[in-house]
Design a protein around this ligand. Structure first.
Ligand code: 5AD
Ligand code: SF4
Length: 508
């Protein structure tokens, strides 16, 4: 547990005077600016490889425990693994409970208002934890920290927070913790810059079967509703050799599945100035690595090119699942969203993908209730969903995000109408999911077994290549393996089946 003795001993190892420290803390107050975060300059992306933990901080966590709560997308899951890696190198150990933690980090999501409200609710709960343990260090990081309004609200209302740091400051975690331990003020270090790439960060991965591999950071698409380009900086691609080495490393260590990650993976490589190299080229190299499964997410329809389709069509270890957010079915709304494609061009892309990969499962993200969405426009979303027949989709009611262009648009659609539209859309999607799942009955699919089912410990659960949840009875030693399952039962959200040991033709 954190105590003042540890604080003092760490100060003693540092040679700076008290006066030096006061300046140091002042400079650590760096609040975010959405205006700065919006800028996109011509400066080349810097790849930094000089991460190290200052000597005086290497043991600062010995005997202490950390707990990280992760909200939102896979990018946050990935960042949490990096923070866990840094903290482990500082001597901290992980705990699964806030109650015995000395350091709690909330890795937040800013994508919609309700995601933010969850975090504010948690900060409220943590007031008690902090009252019970005054030495508890509480930090807020992730996308919400990049928003001025959030930082101001925390400064005003949640004095129990010790540190706020941004998505570009993760590699500074040791110094931020040091500041927080020795400062009486809340430490705020949020850089609103376009971002660099830091290559040599440590990592503690969750599990040893499925691994995230980041291929690019940031987003330059600036869809008018979305806060991500402001919170995550500009599009910047990792060098292919670094990515390939990471995938090889996971393969050597027995991982069965790798998911290549980025906010907009189809823009991969567009920022390289010395090579012409895109996602298709990268996937073409990665598919030759001896690892059973490769996924990638998230795709933007606009940058999804023929080269990529050609590579995906080889299949092999590239799974037959493509997440292709459409957001809306009406071209005028797509224009207002600045998606830069039309209903027709999206449908053409889907037709091309289906022709090249007939068994591809397509999933999507869809927003209802964008400002002034008419009934007719909403009907076009419904008709697009029926035409494409998505296997599944994440659906959202539009949520205005401060600082984005859409948040300034007048909106004449009442919330009740938006809720009705969401329900109707979900009903249509569910019917299609059930129909598509029923078509699997009698087929044999490969399942990566992830563990016991939450509802029934006698049942194992995992995902098929097409990303369907498959439940079946089988021995526990199958966990972590890819096995064949004959589908016997289909529901809206999952498939049920029988484990088969003999070699059989795979049909998913
Ligand atoms: N309101 C509602 N949904 C949003 N998304 C992004 N921004 C918003 C917003 N302001 C959705 C998009 C995106 C997914 C990750 O979240 O559908 O693809
Ligand atoms: Fe947001 Fe659009 Fe970028 Fe996706 S592509 S992260 S929706 S701005």
């Amino acid at each position: 547990m954190t105590n003042t003795t540890e604080k003092t001993s760490a100060v003693a190892t540092d040679t700076r005077s008290k006066k030096d420290y006061s300046n140091y803390f002042q400079s650590a107050y760096q609040p975010p600016s959405l205006k700065d975060a919006k800028k996109r300059g011509k400066e080349a992306v810097k790849v930094l490889t000089d991460f190290n933990i200052p000597e005086n901080l290497v043991n600062i966590g010995v005997g202490k425990k950390f707990y990280i709560r992760t909200y939102g997308c896979q990018m946050n899951e990935h960042d949490t693994e990096v923070m866990a890696g840094i903290l482990t190198e500082m001597g901290y150990t992980a705990t699964v409970s806030v109650d015995d933690a000395d350091l709690v980090l909330l890795n937040t999501c800013a994508i919609r208002e309700n995601a933010e409200n969850k975090v504010f609710g948690e900060l409220g709960h943590l007031k008690t934890a902090k009252a019970n343990n005054p030495n508890l260090l509480l930090g807020v990081c992730g996308c919400m920290s990049q928003e001025e309004s959030v930082v101001n609200k925390i400064l005003k209302t949640y004095q129990n927070v010790d540190m706020i740091f941004g998505t570009h400051n993760i590699h500074r975690l040791p110094q931020i913790i040091e500041n927080a331990l020795f400062s009486k003020e809340m430490v705020v270090e949020v850089w609103s810059k376009e971002g660099d790439i830091v290559e040599n960060l440590p990592r503690v991965r969750k599990g040893n079967v499925k691994g995230w591999v980041n291929i690019m950071y940031g987003c330059d698409k600036f869809c008018t509703y979305c806060i991500v380009p402001y919170t995550r900086g500009k599009e910047r691609s990792r060098r292919p050799e670094d990515i390939i080495e990471e995938v090889r490393h996971l393969a050597r260590n027995g991982y069965k599945e790798v998911t290549l990650l980025g906010q907009n993976v189809n823009a991969y490589g567009k920022d390289f100035t010395d090579i012409q190299y895109g996602l298709g080229d990268l996937m073409d190299e990665i598919r030759k690595i001896d690892i059973p499964r490769i996924r990638f997410t998230t795709s933007h329809p606009r940058d999804f090119d023929d080269r990529l389709i050609e590579v995906l069509a080889h299949q092999g270890n590239i799974v037959e699942h493509i997440h292709l957010p459409v957001q809306h079915g009406n071209s005028d709304v797509l224009k207002l969203m600045a998606r830069k494609y039309t209903r027709e061009s999206y449908l053409e892309l889907v037709a091309k993908i289906k022709a090249a990969i007939p068994d591809a499962a397509l999933t999507s993200d869809i927003i209802v209730g964008f400002p002034n969405e008419t009934d007719e426009q909403f009907e076009e979303t419904i008709s697009l969903v029926k035409e494409v027949e998505f296997d599944a989709a994440y659906t959202f009611i539009y949520s205005p995000r401060d600082g984005t262009p859409a948040a300034k648009m007048e909106d004449n659609v009442p919330l009740e109408v938006k809720k009705e539209r969401l329900q109707r859309l979900n009903a249509v999607l569910n019917d299609i999911s059930l129909k598509k799942n029923k078509a699997y009955i009698g087929k044999i699919v490969e399942v990566l077994v992830e563990g016991e089912s939450r509802k029934n410990a006698d049942v194992l659960t995992g995902h098929s290549g097409a990303n369907k949840v498959v439940n079946f009875a089988g021995p526990k030693h199958l966990i972590g393996e890819i096995v064949k399952v004959r589908i016997t039962d289909a529901k809206t959200w999952n498939l049920g089946g029988e484990w088969i040991e003999e070699k059989a033709e795979v049909a998913n």
